[in-house]
Design a protein around this ligand. Structure first.
Ligand SMILES: *[C@@H]1O[C@H](CO)[C@@H](O)[C@H](O)[C@H]1NC(C)=O
Length: 158
């Protein structure tokens, strides 16, 4: 199983460090994830330090295309505004950007059970209890319309 973490063209070191922390790595492995792909954006990370038995960890500053990762991922972890709400998604809002539209939308979609939100501190727990099957799905037709709406609203760009 693949967990994909993305910050797009931004930086969100707190999130990346949280994902690479022992409790979150433990939680991912306990849930059966065997691959972790992290696209960490506009930051400096020593990508050689992170290894873990049983979990294949890949770090990328940028990736040529994120589409496949989004499609293949069993779990996507991103900031409010990352990717699409049609993926099984845990949104960790960037707290230095509070009160923006993306966060409002993520909060609304969490309330309607279409995604989960988490804080940095709660991430291990959020991974542990995350159940994609419990998320509400969109009808394909509504989904594509909704996706266009959300992408527009979020100024979606990766
Ligand atoms: C989070 O906010 C900081 C400060 O405004 C910004 O530099 C960074 O790019 C943001 N990251 C994301 C993922 O939005």
């Amino acid at each position: 199983m693949l967990c994909f973490v993305t910050v797009g063209t931004f930086s969100f070191d707190l999130l990346v460090r949280a994902v690479l922390s022992e409790p979150v790595l433990d939680a991912l492995q306990a849930r059966g994830y065997t691959r972790l792909v992290i696209q960490y954006g506009d930051s400096e990370f020593d990508t050689s330090v992170v290894t873990r038995t049983g979990l294949d960890i890949e770090l990328w500053a940028r990736k040529p295309s994120l589409d496949q990762d989004f499609r293949r991922a069993d779990l996507v972890i991103g900031h409010a505004g990352a990717g699409t709400i049609l993926d099984p998604l845990i949104v960790v809002p960037n707290e230095s950007l509070l009160h923006n539209h993306q966060l409002e939308l993520a909060t609304a979609l969490a309330a309607s059970n279409h995604l989960r939100t988490s804080t940095i501190a709660d991430l291990a727990h959020s991974v542990t209890v995350f159940d994609p099957a419990a998320l509400a799905t969109f009808e394909p037709f509504d989904g594509s319309r909704f996706r266009a709406l959300v992408d527009e609203e979020m100024g979606f760009q990766l």
